[in-house]
Design a protein around this ligand. Structure first.
Ligand SMILES: *Cc1c(COP(=O)(O)O)cnc(C)c1O
Ligand code: SF4
Length: 473
């Protein structure tokens, strides 16, 4: 297929829409919010100092159901919610807003709350970056042998922010364009020197907030690398700004870029973040998918399971079904990482498994490509395969689907059943064992006493750009 064909799949029904972004300063002017009482509006405003808020005209006009606002999953997904802060913190922020406090005082109060919420404040991460020619590469993470993660500096924002995303750390220091080419050549050099790397996953934030011309600078040099098979782009643009693929000024250029990747003999996978089936329901969202698929790219779908947004089996069943119907491939269901406003969004592992287990048998084999619920933990991606009884003990059956040490992948292991556990750290081994099988090796990797057999380094880095999709990827 040539680029011309991709062009012709543009839907005549979708009109050009110019991106308009709304932030905290616009909250007072949003007519839709008048449906809420003044107290609720003030609470949202107060919270938006602590939790970065940004949305856009498409989300406001087409995704949120303003008739059922308070319970609406898309509203919950995109507007800060009063329950995201503990009472005392919320009341403090509300009091400040009501008293007309100046920005400096509000910011100061917000920062001190953030510092308590954020278990990994920027700068406290250990520096341990992959290097090229002895020089650290900013924005690069190499945790699993086959795949390098790349965070382009201009891709560290999103078309709309998800409330469950822990991302204020990455707001500081979004670098300018001029670094792009330098970053791009070091990325290509690193990948070129590492024959074990078959995939590059470009992520953020959202790399598709970048102009196509900037994205190109990263992608083009990779096309010449023989051992590189796949380029993945982690993005929520298909859900939050489908016009990126349709009518934006450089949408056609993006499709041509996807097409060039394919013609270079490589696979392009859009790792699309769809949290709720409604994000797939609009004409623009469906046209965007058709257009991306017409370039020969694949669309694989992933999202975290979050309370108030998508914590029911019916939602996931519908989500996976719609994805398959539209030609996309269900890929991961993530457990939301234990950070940020976790008490508001978290779903215990036992409940996450129940939801998965209820939805999975109801879809056909074509949707059972999905894996989950999966925790992206320090040693790797751990999936909860089930709950069962073993030698008189109730246990979780767990398995690595991705691991820092490849020989761990696929190996089942057990943890004591715990109704309240929300993360791997909360789990304990069964049958009188002191630790999980991977822990001794993991300790040594962490201390840098050993590297995994393939030579990978710990991915922790000092750059603040770590808290995007990778939170739950
Ligand atoms: C999930 C993830 C990947 C990709 O893993 P796949 O199993 O190939 O999808 C790569 N790097 C990191 C850090 C990840 O979390
Ligand atoms: S990085 Fe991903 S999860 Fe976070 S706000 Fe952006 S789209 Fe949402």
């Amino acid at each position: 297929m040539n680029a011309g064909m991709a062009m012709s799949s543009r839907s005549p029904k979708v009109h050009t829409r110019r991106f308009k972004s709304y932030t905290r300063k616009d909250l007072d002017r949003l007519p839709q919010l008048r449906r809420l009482g003044p107290a609720e509006r003030t609470a949202i405003k107060a919270l938006s100092w602590v939790f970065p808020f940004r949305t856009n005209n498409y989300v406001l006009e087409e995704l949120i159901d303003w008739e059922h606002l308070r319970e609406d999953p898309l509203f919950q997904l995109t507007f800060p919610q009063p329950g995201m802060l503990e009472d005392a913190d919320r009341e403090l922020m509300v009091r400040l807003v009501e008293a007309g406090a100046d920005d400096t005082s509000l910011l100061q109060a917000a920062r001190s709350i953030q510092a308590r919420l954020n278990p990994h404040p920027a700068g406290q991460m250990e520096l341990n970056v992959p290097t090229v020619g002895g020089r650290a590469i900013p924005g690069l993470q190499h945790k699993y042998r086959e795949t390098v993660l790349f965070f382009p500096s201009q891709g560290q924002t999103c078309h709309t922010y998800c409330t469950y995303c822990f991302r204020w750390a990455q707001f500081v220091g979004i670098d300018e364009l001029k670094f792009a080419s330098r970053e791009a050549s070091t990325l290509a050099r690193y990948v070129g020197e590492h024959e074990e790397v078959h995939d590059v996953l470009i992520t953020g934030g959202d790399p598709l907030v970048m102009r196509t011309s900037v994205l190109e600078r990263y992608v083009e040099p990779l096309l010449a690398i023989e051992h590189l098979a796949c380029i993945r782009i982690g993005t929520k643009a298909p859900a939050f700004w489908p016009h990126r693929f349709l009518t934006d000024r450089d949408a056609d250029d993006l499709m041509r870029l996807f097409d060039r990747v394919r013609r270079a003999g490589k696979h392009l996978a859009l790792m699309a973040h769809y949290t709720h089936p409604r994000e797939l329901s609009t004409p623009a969202a469906q046209a965007a998918l058709r257009r991306v698929l017409s370039t020969g790219a694949a669309v694989r779908c992933q999202a975290p399971l979050v309370r108030h947004v998508n914590d029911s089996a019916g939602i996931w069943e519908e989500l996976w079904r719609m994805e398959v119907r539209l030609g996309a491939v269900p890929y991961y269901m993530f457990v939301e990482r234990n950070t940020g406003p976790k008490h508001y969004f978290e779903v215990p592992l036992a409940r996450a498994w129940e939801i998965f287990q209820k939805a999975y048998p109801r879809v056909s084999g074509l949707a059972r490509t999905v894996r989950g619920p999966s925790m992206s933990a320090t040693p790797g991606k751990v999936v909860i395969d089930g709950v069962t009884e073993c030698a008189g003990e109730k246990v979780f059956v767990l398995r690595f689907i991705q691991a820092r040490e490849p020989s761990w992948v696929g190996r089942p292991f057990f943890a004591r059943y715990d109704e309240k556990a929300v993360w791997l750290d909360d789990l304990t081994p069964t049958f009188g064992e002191q630790e999980f099988f991977f822990e001794p090796m993991m300790r040594r990797i962490r201390d840098n006493a050993v590297l995994p057999a393939w030579g990978g380094r710990d991915e922790r880095r000092k750059t603040p750009q770590l808290f995007g999709h990778v939170e739950w990827e």
